[in-house]
Write a protein of this length. Structure first.
Length: 226
C-alpha cells in the first residue's frame, strides 16, 4: 500500500490523457480515411478482361471473365494473343460455388470436363480486401486529366512475422457517387504470399481492363460433358 504524491498522481493523469488522445486521434484518422475513400466494393456483376502474373507458377496469362457475386459464380476464358492481336482460346471454366460444381471446356478439341469444387475453396469477392487500409489517391500514368487515371490505393497485411502476406489494390469509381455508394472498378490487385481471388492462385498480380457491367446472356451456360 502506498500513497501517491501529487506529482505522481499528476504524471499518471497526464499519461492517461496522452493515451486517450492517441486512441482518439487514431479513430478519427480511420474514420476520416474511410469517409474520403471512394471505393469499398465492385459491381455485383460485370464482364471484363485481366492479365495475370502468377509468380508461384512462373507464368503469365490473359483471360476474359464474367463475374457474378450475387450468385457466387465466375466464368473464365483463358486465351493467348499473337503479334497480330488475334487471339487463340485455350480453355474456358465455369465455377459455381453455391452448388459446388465446375466445368471446363478445352480447345480446340472442345472436350468438356466436369469437376466438384472442394469444400475449402470459397467464393472470394473481387473488391477492396476486408481490413485493408486506405492509403490515399494517386495517378497511374500522367497526373493530367485525360492522360492518367486517379485511383484509390489500399494495402493490407496478413499473418505473422515469419509468414506474412501483403495485399495491394487500386480502384477507380464506376460512376458518379453519392452517400454510402462506393462501388468501384478494379484496376490493379497484387497478392504477395497470399491466395488470390481465383481458386488455386497464390502470389499473383492482376491488371483489369475493358470492364462493363453488361454480362452476356449465356455467360453462365456451361458446356455439357459427353
Amino acid at each position: 500500500f502506498s500513497i501517491l504524491t501529487p506529482f505522481a498522481a499528476l504524471a499518471r493523469l497526464t499519461i492517461f490523457k496522452m493515451k486517450f488522445f492517441l486512441v482518439f486521434a487514431a479513430l478519427v484518422a480511420f474514420a476520416y480515411s474511410q469517409q474520403n475513400t471512394r471505393c469499398l466494393t465492385t459491381p455485383d456483376k460485370w464482364h471484363g478482361y485481366f492479365r495475370e502474373v502468377d509468380y508461384e507458377r512462373q507464368r503469365f496469362r490473359f483471360a476474359e471473365m464474367d463475374y457474378d457475386a450475387t450468385n457466387k459464380q465466375i466464368h473464365i476464358m483463358e486465351y493467348e494473343r499473337d503479334e497480330n492481336t488475334r487471339r487463340r482460346d485455350i480453355f474456358q471454366e465455369w465455377i459455381y460455388f453455391t452448388t459446388r460444381e465446375g466445368y471446363r471446356e478445352e480447345y480446340p478439341s472442345k472436350r468438356c470436363l466436369e469437376a466438384t469444387i472442394p469444400s475449402n475453396l470459397t467464393f472470394r469477392p473481387i473488391g477492396v480486401l476486408d481490413g485493408a487500409r486506405f492509403l490515399g489517391r494517386e495517378w497511374i500514368g500522367a497526373e493530367i486529366t485525360g492522360l492518367g487515371l486517379e485511383v484509390d490505393q489500399f494495402m493490407a497485411e496478413r499473418g505473422d512475422e515469419r509468414d506474412r502476406g501483403y495485399y495491394h489494390g487500386s480502384f477507380v469509381p464506376a460512376a458518379p457517387q453519392s452517400g454510402a455508394d462506393k462501388v468501384c472498378i478494379p484496376v490493379l490487385e497484387s497478392y504477395v504470399n497470399l491466395d488470390g481471388p481465383f481458386p488455386d492462385r497464390h502470389n499473383v498480380h492482376y491488371e483489369f481492363f475493358n470492364i462493363s457491367t453488361a454480362i452476356p446472356a449465356n455467360a453462365f451456360t456451361h458446356c455439357t460433358p459427353s
